[in-house]
Design a protein around this ligand. Sequence first.
Ligand code: FAD
Ligand code: SF4
Ligand code: SF4
Ligand code: SF4
Ligand code: SF4
Length: 413
Amino acid sequence: MVTKGDMVYAWTPDSGLLEKAECGGAVTALLKYALENKVVDAVLAIKKGSDIYDAVPTIITDPAEIGGSAGSLHCGTLLVSKLVKKYLNGARDLKLGVTVKGCDAMAFYELAKRNQVDLDNIIMIGVNCGGTVSPVPARKMITEKYGVDPNTVHKEEIDKGQFIIEYEGGHKGISIDELEEEGYGRRSNCRRCKMKIPRQADLACGNWGVIGDKAGKATFVEVCSQKGANLVDAAVKAGALEISAADPKGIAIRGKVENAMLKLGDKWRKHDFEALGMGRERLKYIMKETSRCIKCYACIEGCPICYCVECSTKKPHLVKPGEIPPNFMFHMIRFAHISDSCVNCGQCEENCPMEIPNALFMHAQQVELEKMYGFTPGINMDPPILAYAEEKTERARLDATGSDQIFDNIFKE
Ligand code: FAD
Ligand code: SF4
Ligand code: SF4
Ligand code: SF4
Ligand code: SF4
């Protein structure tokens, strides 16, 4: 009997799937079992598109198709949670199994607090995450640092601190530390990220801590909720998954690696935030960088905290229409609304056509607010700081209309 808190090695008995999977194939085996047995109506996972730089979110309802989503795409910088809100009605009318990285899981919680997704209908299969590399910088890195044509690379993996590529004619690994010292490597938000094992998901799966004869052939699964325990239990009973107790030495190693990654996250936070300066100096820097803005709204579209039907940045009395770059108020509105709850997912930076480091600016503010108020976004259902500043009637109006604007009535013509 599997229970919450257990740590197990798990693997699929299907040798074909094991071949395709990242390590033990437990994630895909569990999603397949859930779909076959109607535990979920659909699965949302990531599959390889035209090449390794092309991570495609995909909805799967036929269990026979699930194998196509096995394997890890380290150039997959998507955020699946906002897709569930936008395109699947927040999973209000279907049961969904989703593979989530730390930032996906955090965003799900922040969306759930705002009544934008129904977590009761979602099974989150978490994957540990050391970080992702954006597709365009990844191609540049492979060309310049590996001396390899990125179009010839058919597989990539991150193993023992190295980013390893397999290409026509060979394979090559370079340590991530070395890559990052030279300005290549993971996205900057990933370097600062401290959500390495997503324990707020139902299961947290990874390869850290799998040692001995199971190394590379099993998935390390930490059971984080009763929902997760029930799924593993049922899959094992049905013969869809095999498990054994995790080796205590493996558990200790996993703990050490996690701690080392957290320290690295702290190091990058210090590095990135100090470079912004403090007070007026920081403000001036942010104003200078955001002066490139073309008001395309991509930062708002991708942000999991931005969900309002009527966005304040589109109100003429706040941001003058037709002005490029927009008045700094455009960014001030985002800072005021998001900074307490930013989950550092990087979408606002990744999708910005003007390469404005939006996630860095927001994350820096979130960390300051966390120091002041002790609120960490994305880890549980605790309400955000702003919820305490809101009148109850105002909250009810926001829920009913989707407009965040307290002063709407005054300005209505
Ligand atoms: P599989 O059965 O192969 O299933 C993999 C699942 O991951 C599939 O559902 C697939 O859709 C999904 N997936 C693939 N790419 C992405 C993506 N970019 N975003 C969201 N979902 C995706 N484990 C560690 O222990 N340490 C790490 O540092 C680490 N870093 C990772 C970084 C990334 C970007 C990813 C995606 C995973 C990382 N993992 C890490 C987890 C590990 O690679 C395996 O996903 C995990 O061990 C499960 O293995 P499996 O064989 O059971 O998965
Ligand atoms: Fe992974 Fe964290 Fe980067 Fe998300 S922000 S992709 S969880 S390292
Ligand atoms: Fe401006 Fe970039 Fe946001 Fe577009 S994505 S509105 S350019 S900050
Ligand atoms: Fe993600 Fe940017 Fe929104 Fe923060 S502000 S949650 S980094 S999209
Ligand atoms: Fe985001 Fe604020 Fe616009 Fe809402 S009003 S979508 S929180 S910027």
